[in-house]
Design a protein around this ligand. Structure first.
Ligand code: PRX
Length: 683
């Protein structure tokens, strides 16, 4: 077992926050009102998963009923076996058919403040209160249905059929959600690529999924500048002949190159598309989407999610974890980008069936100033707010004056996701944003799990800063050793899930072996999450970090291997090792140790500094700006074990400035390498 999981934890946290009195009334009745109620229902969901999930699934429209709720042939789960449905139908048509067509389904706010419609300066932000108004669109279920049907017909006219993967590489605009729903409607799995990724990332994903159609935008707004999305797609298409059609939404009006026959403007093709498009009848186990995520080795893996189980699970977790109640003036805002699983599950698919408006914001939290999020909360009267610890730490740093300028009294539930939240940030969130009145739901989950796995329920679970508390219904989570035996209280071990749950991944696209190897081989018979954790005296879970070579930078998962490969692909680098190091805002920052080709390693300090910049830019080009190393060190050799494995543990401690003389180095091949690394100064 890796050393990171066998240590005894020393952190004790004694602050316990009961669900605030009055919480239940404030949300129109808490669904789960006490810890006893939670435990009773959790027990039922574990003892009788078929009864529990069958009842929830029956709230949805099914074209054909299922014959069996669940089938489990490790590692393969099937949910609602034989059932046929369509998730787009359940998000949109079902609401319209029930007379809710005119209810607001989505509130969208663009980034630019005071958007002038023509000429230069378009999109430049003016501070709020300076006469500017942001662009806001309210889309009803009826609007979404019409637009989705039209776009589904466009996809069909591009030759997209059930089972064909459609790539979506767009900014945070309503058309991204519309394109996802259109794919779901016609049974074409979507593969959303985060708009911050580079053209190489597009090539890798498009080729892996054999995706012939890309939907993109001319550009995307980010902190007042235009991200050239279409240019990146063009660069990707130059490297593969896989892509036959590119549909381009005009958003930023930036200049774009055009390839006749391949490229089509969204507004032009949609104009002539019919508003009628029937839903494809999908088997419950038909693929809904692919989402690529980083693993410890090799290329990103395409995580496969299917229709029925994902639909039911994201609906119920959204409902209970955020206490969503329709017709109570609730507005739910998840600040994640749809390029990540959080946006899939908690901006789009989990929200629409709950009939509470989902707010989507296009841009940066500090544009035009550091109060933007709080300005949005106030203007839209956001009731449930869901963000990441890295954002919370940034808000803390920017200063309390920004949230204090705004009326945040509409807020009822605060959520966090993506990485462990340090107790200090938790307390700040609780006091400054929640005014000590809002329960905080610290939700632990993963791309692979589809939805929340370990999380408080806001009206029931007493919270402790830094702990994600207790498993959701149907989740049999445990902390175990390699033999699958539970660890004693407060002792670190491997976080596993012992029973299948509806939204669990169904595989890695095109790589069955890697699926089994990654998740089901280290501990027999259980899903291995890849995180280490401990449970405290209350049974609460504390996530301690990853056990593999994945680092979590600002809540974004990156494989150290991917970054190493990007570095080595530059002519100057012979060998590279990448590790995480603690960072005040990002949680973890990227540290890279590189050995250089002799032709490049002899330069003076200034030349080496320039090379560091070149390498940072190179990584940004290969993967995306989020993968840029925060620190690069050049070294003569990397510390290795006798068997040739890079000693990452040592590099981690060097990167974080730890000079513990007791550090175990008995397997280190060349001690002088370590001594040199410790001496060398970071540039
Ligand atoms: O290490 C855990 C961390 O993020 C990983 C999953 O990353 P990803 O698949 O990109 O999904 C992120 C959004 C669901 C986990 O293995 N993580 C996620 N949420 C938490 C967390 N770590 C601690 N506490 C959390 N609440």
């Amino acid at each position: 077992m890796s050393d990171s999981v066998s240590i005894e934890s020393v952190l004790t946290e004694n602050r316990v926050f009961e669900p605030p009195s009055g919480f239940s009334e404030s949300v129109g009745g808490a669904y789960i009102k006490s810890l006893d109620e939670y435990h009773a229902l959790h027990k039922r969901s574990i003892d009788d998963p078929e009864g529990f999930w069958g009842e929830i699934a029956a709230e949805f429209d099914w074209f054909e009923p299922w014959s069996k709720v669940m089938e489990w042939n490790l590692p393969d789960a099937k949910w609602f076996v034989g059932g046929r449905t369509n998730l787009c139908h359940n998000c949109l048509d079902r609401q319209v058919n029930a007379g809710h067509g005119d209810d607001v389904a989505m509130i969208w706010e663009g980034e630019p403040y005071s958007l002038s419609l023509e000429g230069e300066g378009r999109g430049e932000g003016a501070p709020p209160g300076n006469g500017g108004t942001p662009e806001v669109r309210n889309l009803t279920y009826h609007d979404l249905l019409t637009e989705t049907c039209k776009f589904a017909n466009v996809l069909k006219s591009c030759g997209v059929k059930k089972g064909d993967v459609v790539t979506l590489y767009m900014g945070m605009v309503p058309e991204l959600a519309i394109a996802m729903l259109a794919c779901a409607r016609i049974g074409a799995p979507h593969s959303v690529i985060f708009g911050g990724f580079s053209s190489q990332a597009i090539v890798d994903r498009v080729v892996d999924a054999s995706s012939k159609v890309i939907v993109t935008c001319d550009g995307g707004w980010r902190r007042g500048s235009v991200v050239p999305l279409k240019d990146n797609v063009d660069a990707a298409c130059a490297k593969t002949d896989m892509v036959k059609s590119v549909i381009v939404l005009k958003r930023c009006h930036n200049d774009v190159q055009w390839t006749d026959g391949r490229d089509h403007w969204w507004h032009e093709v949609v104009a002539s598309a019919s508003e009628e498009c029937s839903c494809e009848s999908m088997d419950s186990e038909d693929m809904l989407f692919l989402l690529y995520t980083s693993g410890s080795t090799g290329k990103p893996k395409g995580i496969m999610h299917t229709t029925g189980g994902y639909m039911v699970y994201t609906y119920l977790t959204s409902k209970y974890v955020f206490n969503l109640v329709p017709d109570r003036d609730q507005v739910f805002w998840c600040t994640a980008d749809i390029g990540w699983v959080t946006g899939h599950s908690y901006i789009v698919y989990g929200l629409l069936p709950n009939r509470v408006p989902t707010l989507m914001y296009e841009g940066a939290p500090n544009f035009p100033d550091a109060a933007r999020f709080w300005d949005i909360v106030e203007r839209h009267k956001v009731t449930q707010f869901y963000t990441a610890p890295t954002a919370i730490r940034a808000f803390m740093k920017w200063g309390d004056e920004h949230p204090r300028k705004h009326d945040l009294s509409s807020l009822k539930v605060l959520g966090t996701v993506g990485e462990p939240i340090n107790p200090e940030a938790w307390m700040w969130y609780h006091k400054v944003i929640g005014n000590e009145k809002c329960p905080i739901v610290d939700t632990w989950w993963q791309t692979e799990t589809g939805g929340h796995m370990i999380t408080p329920l806001p009206g029931a679970t007493p919270t402790v800063p830094g702990s994600c508390t207790l498993p959701f219904f149907g989740i049999d989570a445990a902390v175990v050793n390699e033999n699958g035996e539970e660890m004693p209280v407060n002792t670190g071990g491997l976080l596993v899930i012992r029973k299948p749950w509806p939204a669990m991944l169904r595989g890695i696209f095109g790589d069955r072996e890697r699926f089994i190897e990654t998740y089901f081989s280290r501990v027999e018979g259980m899903y291995l999450a890849g995180d280490s954790a401990r449970r405290d005296e209350r049974g609460y879970f504390w996530i301690m970090g990853r056990i593999d070579d994945v680092i979590n930078v600002a809540g974004h998962r990156l494989g150290t291997m991917e970054i190493e490969s990007a570095l080595v692909s530059h002519e100057s680098v012979v060998e590279a090792a990448v590790v995480g190091m603690p960072h005040e805002i990002k949680g973890t920052a990227i540290a890279a140790f590189c050995t250089l080709d002799p032709g490049h390693s002899t330069g003076d300090v200034a030349q080496l500094e320039t090379l560091k910049q070149t390498l940072r830019t190179h990584v940004a080009k290969e993967i995306g700006a989020i993968a840029k190393p925060d620190m690069i060190r050049f070294t003569d050799a990397l510390p290795k074990t006798r068997s040739g494995k890079i000693m990452r543990r040592l590099l981690r401690s060097i990167a974080s400035g730890d000079t513990d003389p007791n550090q175990d180095t008995t397997t280190l091949e060349d001690f002088s390498v370590l001594a040199k690394l410790r001496e060398s100064e970071e540039g």
